[in-house]
Design a protein. Structure first.
Length: 152
């Protein structure tokens, strides 16, 4: 089996977080947490994931500070998994992934779930990347700047 390479020392803001969320199960667990799931059994039922794999992904999310384990909200002996501030910070990433998926992985008119504003029930606007001056920017408008003394 090929051993995964850690990116924990990378200077790249894309590579480094992949140690925490770099597989699809982890992002789907986070998605489910945003949808209100909290218990191991809820995640397992929704995802259909083997218990050992789910347990490993949850441990990794907790170890990286994306989720916390807390006593059950109903006072039972169970534990629940809740998103931390760091975990809630993944919301724009999931929205961007969802919108990209809607644009490129569904046929025109094909039914799919829709992210809507809870207040008015309307679909959420497309995410836009903006420069400091408010201009909408794309890949052609940006460049990655290496940190000083990075050797690159």
């Amino acid at each position: 089996m090929v051993r995964r390479v850690s990116h924990k020392d990378s200077s790249c803001g894309v590579a480094r977080p992949l140690d925490a969320i770099g597989d699809w199960w982890s992002l789907l667990i986070v998605r489910d947490a945003f949808d209100g799931l909290r218990r191991f059994g809820e995640f397992q039922k929704d995802l259909g994931l083997a218990k050992n794999i789910l347990a490993a992904r949850l441990r990794n999310l907790v170890a990286h500070g994306i989720m916390d384990v807390v006593p059950a909200s109903d006072g039972s002996a169970y534990q629940e998994y809740v998103l931390t501030e760091k975990g809630r910070g993944l919301f724009p990433l999931l929205v961007a992934l969802r919108q990209w998926g809607e644009d490129f992985f569904f046929e025109p008119g094909e039914a799919h779930v829709l992210l809507v504003d809870r207040k008015n029930g309307l679909p959420v606007r497309k995410l836009e990347l903006r420069a400091q001056d408010g201009r909408i920017v794309g890949p052609q408008d940006t460049v990655v700047r290496q940190p000083p003394n990075s050797g690159a």
